[in-house]
Design a protein around this ligand. Structure first.
Ligand SMILES: [Zn+2]
Length: 198
């Protein structure tokens, strides 16, 4: 996200200045500081019979890459409603949310830096069908996950590694342990073939 060139309050041009150790835009007219914050997104790690639900992106960024169904939290929207809605819009499935799977900062979306909150979720209705900005949707067993280089966004690769580490090393391993498991296993953790269900 670019630094704003004009003040959102009075429309005067801004200048960039270091304030509180961050580069910020400051209005030359009224002095307002235009703070920038990461955009929140929400989605789900949907599990069924030991498999996990992934969608393949229909549009840029990361077009053609697999990811956990998720999307931006719109102004006025509840974060949990967003997670459920994104799964439904992209995969056709209705889910119940469980506890938070993980919260991640991301810096590789050209639109804006953000924070994604992924909930554990279980299917309670609907039928699997790609929709909205998903080109394809499928459940993957741990032994047949897409290779890491086909997962879009560093955060989703990391979450996928953590999900895989849980399957292999057991649920609720400490975050540092999960991260280590991911590093150790990063060369071999994903099977090369893609198992798909229609
Ligand atoms: Zn101003």
């Amino acid at each position: 996200m670019m630094y704003p060139s004009f003040c959102s309050a009075c429309g005067a041009p801004t200048i960039e200045r270091e304030i509180d150790h961050y580069r910020r835009s400051v209005c030359t007219g009224c002095g307002k500081i235009l703070y920038r914050n990461p955009a929140p997104a929400a989605g789900c790690v949907v599990e069924s019979d030991g498999s996990v639900l992934l969608a393949r992106r229909k549009f840029e960024p990361w077009k053609g890459f697999w990811y956990f169904p998720s999307g931006f939290v719109e102004y006025g929207d509840d974060v949990e409603d967003t997670a459920r809605r994104e799964v439904h819009e992209e995969t056709g499935l209705v889910v119940d949310l469980g506890p938070v799977f993980g919260v991640y900062s991301y810096f590789d979306d050209p639109r804006q830096d953000g924070i994604v909150i992924l909930y554990r979720a279980l299917v309670v209705g609907g039928s699997l069908k790609a929709g909205d900005d998903a080109a394809e949707v499928a459940f993957f067993a741990a032994s047949g996950l897409p290779p890491a280089e086909q997962i879009g966004f560093a955060t989703h690769r990391r979450a996928m590694g953590e999900w895989y580490a849980e399957i292999v090393h057991g649920r609720m391993a400490p975050r540092a342990e999960r991260a280590r498991a991911l590093l150790v296993g990063s060369q071999s953790m994903y099977a090369p073939s893609i198992a798909q269900q229609s």
